[in-house]
Design a protein around this ligand. Structure first.
Ligand code: ZN
Length: 503
């Protein structure tokens, strides 16, 4: 008898439906909604959010959840059911430990802060944004203190929100490897790649043809049109309602061939994850990706490990050239592969190459750690940021727009989020190393058999949604939990081969 979960079910259905409605509005506001609709729509979303919160604040619902937890401890539930109860519990904890009045004040502040950040970034004016950032940090510290267990560090509370089991202890070890391996490797690679001619990328490419080719890429990696739509937005992203309705966007620039292609593949990796969630859990709270890090691992797996690989391009390079004969017919295949893998230290995270990317995250991790574990002043942050860029990437941002103001995350209070990008790259490399052992990866890519790769990921990662953690999935797949060594080896091997350097 599963009485408690059966009693909780109507509330779970309600919470899921309210979330779906919010997701749909989010998609709409970034793609097709008329710009004048924002104020009225915000009111509707506010009502949906209130209704969502009410479910969790209902004493009967809370009692029912406690009963579910007891029954779960008695071993009464399956993996899927445990996943749903666990996710519900997490949301309940977030929403009940923070006083509603403070939560509302915080949400209003975050919304104003987001707007202030856009303007401050445009004007290169950190001082205009600093008072908002200071208040956001105060709120985040207070909220984390409400939720911290005995002796738990505030920053660990935030980190765990995005990636369970990856606190400062684990991340310090991971980022020590990032420092020791990637910093010297990037220096060597940059020397070799500084002369690589990437001018092919900045020629004029018709948007219409880019759409056509990206559409081909989406089909090539296996995105089914009946379950996945592609639209356009300022910044590419992926949203999912369930495993039969996944939506991605791309952005096309006339003078940039690679941007839209690799964004399509990146978002395609996210989409394949959502499409692969098992039917039994797709319409539940446990239906999405396991964590931010695991989600990023899937997008980066496709974007970097697969799509920056010469074996991926061999069967389709001629198609790319015949799509743009004027621009590419004189470009040798090897030069294209070296071009798409060119590595260089630069200021902006979102435009960073595969090798330097994690150094951008290293800077953010160390700055966030200082904010939450040391008493540093917000006015010192631009200086600290710039010093770390100089130390790790050898460059000092000329403006705060290209420095500390470049990312939106902090303006919305998303502290602890950044490390999941680097964890994602490392998990992708670990999965890739394992798949090379159990599958003929090179041959599959050369023969264009992407479905074998897709099916493997579906079986070992995608289908589980949030019912397993990142470490549980890695352990079950390869008998080993997270280990950064695969990422470091992958990068060293890759660049050694590409540029004939010794590492
Ligand atoms: Zn992503």
């Amino acid at each position: 008898m599963k009485k408690a979960l059966e009693q909780l079910q109507p509330y779970l259905d309600k919470v899921f439906s309210l979330l779906s409605a919010k997701t749909l509005f989010e998609w709409d506001s970034q793609t097709l909604a008329p710009s004048g609709s924002q104020d009225a729509t915000t009111q509707i979303i506010g009502t949906l959010s209130d209704e969502y919160q009410k479910v969790f604040l209902d004493k009967d619902v809370q009692a029912c959840y406690e009963k579910c937890k007891e029954e779960m401890e008695q071993g009464m539930y399956s993996l899927n059911e445990r996943g749903v109860i666990k996710v519900f519990g997490k949301r309940l904890e977030e929403l009940t430990k923070i006083p509603p009045q403070e939560f509302r004040e915080y949400n209003e502040l975050a919304s104003r802060s987001g707007i202030a950040w856009v303007k401050a970034k445009e004007d290169n004016n950190f001082d205009a944004f600093a008072p908002f950032l200071e208040k956001i940090i105060d709120f985040k510290k207070r909220f984390a203190s409400y939720r911290a267990k005995d002796g738990e560090e505030l920053y660990d509370v935030l980190l765990n929100d995005y990636e369970e089991g990856f606190g400062m202890k684990e991340l310090d070890l991971f980022f020590a490897d990032v420092k020791n391996v990637i910093i010297p490797l990037l220096k060597k690679v940059t020397k070799e790649t500084s002369t690589i001619d990437k001018s092919y990328n900045e020629q004029t490419y018709s948007i219409e043809k880019q759409r056509e080719f990206c559409d081909f890429l989406a089909t090539y990696i296996g995105l089914p049109k009946e379950y996945c739509v592609i639209s356009e937005s300022a910044h590419p992203f992926t949203l999912a309602l369930h495993n039969k309705d996944v939506r991605i966007t791309d952005h096309y620039y006339e003078n940039n061939l690679e941007s839209a292609m690799f964004s399509m593949i990146h978002e395609g990796g996210h989409a394949l994850y959502e499409l692969g969630v098992h039917d039994d859990i797709t319409l539940t709270l446990a239906g999405g990706g396991a964590s931010m890090g695991m989600h990023e691992s899937q997008s980066r797996f496709y974007e970097n490990n697969i799509c920056k690989n010469s074996a991926f391009w061999q069967p389709i390079y001629q198609k790319l050239v015949s799509t743009y004969p004027e621009q590419l017919s004189s470009l040798a295949f090897d030069d294209f592969i070296r071009g798409i893998n060119k590595a260089t230290a630069d200021y902006v995270r979102t435009e960073a190459d595969e090798l330097s990317y994690s150094l951008h995250i290293l800077v953010r991790y160390e700055v966030e750690k200082m904010i939450f574990t040391e008493d540093i002043s917000v006015s010192d942050l631009p200086r600290i940021w710039n010093e770390k860029y100089e130390e790790y990437l050898g460059i000092t941002p000329p403006t705060d727009t290209l420095g500390i103001l470049q990312d939106t995350h902090w303006s919305w209070g998303e502290f602890g989020y950044f490390p999941s990008y680097a964890i994602g790259s490392a998990v992708a490399a670990q999965i890739y190393a394992h798949m090379q052992k159990v599958l003929p990866m090179e041959d599959l890519l050369l023969e264009g058999k992407l479905s074998v790769i897709r099916d493997y990921l579906k079986e070992h990662v995608h289908q589980y949604g949030q019912t397993k953690t990142t470490n549980e999935m890695l352990m079950d797949m390869m008998g080993e939990s997270f280990s950064p060594k695969y990422y470091m080896e992958y990068l060293k091997n890759k660049y050694e081969v590409l540029y004939h350097i010794s590492t």
